[in-house]
Ligand binder design. Structure first.
Ligand code: PLP
Length: 363
């Protein structure tokens, strides 16, 4: 039996007629960037998250960058980011001219450690970017407290956490701004690159909107300099259809994650800790295991595709050599041991049973 790591085609097959129709309508209509289809997705996604505004843009990295620009973060400023994330979270801080400062992650949940945030605050610190990593909400109560006490802004990186909830409230609603990626393999994915920023703040929403469209309020009416970061109507059409299924797909991911947790209990691996009062949306289901690379290879020989999402912590990457990766021991240890198992709404119990059986054989 073969268990692929991701299966984007089978999801398309399930909703093919709706997607094809939505895309055909856009093509026939002839409005390919922005426009009514994009506006409708923005308002539907804002409603889904529970915020006043969603501003669409080109991708999740742009979303973070535009958010920082809207907060007027730049040269001379420091922004605290987790030592474990996709590089975008740190990269965008440098792109706007500020300096990323790493904080370690917590051992059980892999999200930024609020205590370490406090350690890293200086007179230059302007903002924190918590990441709802692998789909698990970061400790937003503690993080918002720290931000309030030190007068810092919060940009939540929700790229892996569409629909995740903390104390019953959607991620993206705790900070000044929340950013999403709709890259195809994310929990809500387009058929190409796309992203979005959410906020309740009128003036930040306006700034984000201006920055993503060359500072134009109306055509040729440039209020500031900005850039080009816009969503294609075709992507919005796809996302619009998929958004209707997101809750159902998220419930499936969660129950499949629980099934793995039950079946793998007792093996010499660390399993993801379910977020008791929160909603973990399992963008990634990762176990922590010794001899990870060998296990990955042996699983592949037995038809089980796995992935190493983050083989290195951010301070171990070449652009961040000025940091000592050993100062972030939790992130470093996690990077060395983490292995992502296949998880998606369409994975069958038979496939999961095969993954479990092979792990039992090998461990
Ligand atoms: C995917 C991802 C991004 C970037 O999104 P893109 O759409 O690929 O630019 C940012 N942060 C995290 C945590 C991600 O997983």
């Amino acid at each position: 039996m073969h268990v692929p790591f991701v299966e984007l085609k089978s999801q398309y097959q399930l909703i093919k007629s709706e997607i094809d129709e939505a895309m055909a309508n856009v093509i026939a209509e002839g409005h390919y960037v922005g426009g009514a289809v994009v506006s409708r997705f923005e308002s539907d996604f804002a409603k889904y998250v529970g915020v006043n505004y969603c501003i669409s843009c080109g991708n999740g990295t742009d979303a973070l960058e535009i958010a920082l620009q809207a907060l007027e973060i730049g040269s001379g400023d420091e922004v605290i980011v987790p030592a474990m994330s996709w590089i975008s979270t740190a990269e965008v801080v440098s792109t706007v001219g500020a300096k990323p400062i790493f904080a370690d992650i917590l051992p059980d949940c892999y999200t930024i450690d609020p205590t370490d945030i406090v350690q890293k605050i200086t007179a230059k610190t302007k903002a924190i970017i918590p990441v709802h990593f692998y789909g698990r909400p970061a400790q937003m109560d503690e993080i918002t407290d720290v931000a309030k006490n030190h007068n810092l802004k919060i940009v939540e990186d929700c790229a892996q956490a569409h629909g995740a909830k903390y104390n019953g409230k959607s991620v993206g609603t705790f900070g000044d701004l929340g950013t999403f990626s709709f890259y195809p393999s994310k929990n809500l994915g387009a058929f190409g690159d796309a992203g979005g920023i959410v906020t309740n703040d009128d003036s930040l929403a306006k700034s984000c909107r201006l920055i993503g469209n060359h500072g134009q309020e109306q055509k040729h009416h440039h209020l500031r300099e900005g850039r080009n970061s816009r969503m294609d109507a075709l992507q919005a059409a796809v996302l619009q259809v998929k958004l209707k299924y997101l809750e159902e797909w998220t419930a499936a991911r969660t129950s499949k994650a629980k099934y793995y947790n039950e079946q793998l209990a007792g093996l010499p691996v660390e399993l993801p800790v379910l977020a008791e009062h929160h909603r973990h949306v399992f963008h990634v289901y990762a176990i922590q295991v010794n001899d990870r690379d060998q296990l990955k290879r042996k699983l592949a020989e037995r038809g089980v595709d796995t992935q190493i999402h983050n083989p290195l912590s951010l301070p171990e990457l070449l652009p961040y050599q000025q940091f000592d990766a050993n100062d972030f021991p939790v992130a470093k240890a996690m990077a060395a041991k983490t292995l992502s198992l296949p998880i998606y709404p369409e994975i069958t119990q038979k496939q999961q049973d095969h993954v479990v059986a092979m792990l039992k054989e090998l461990l």
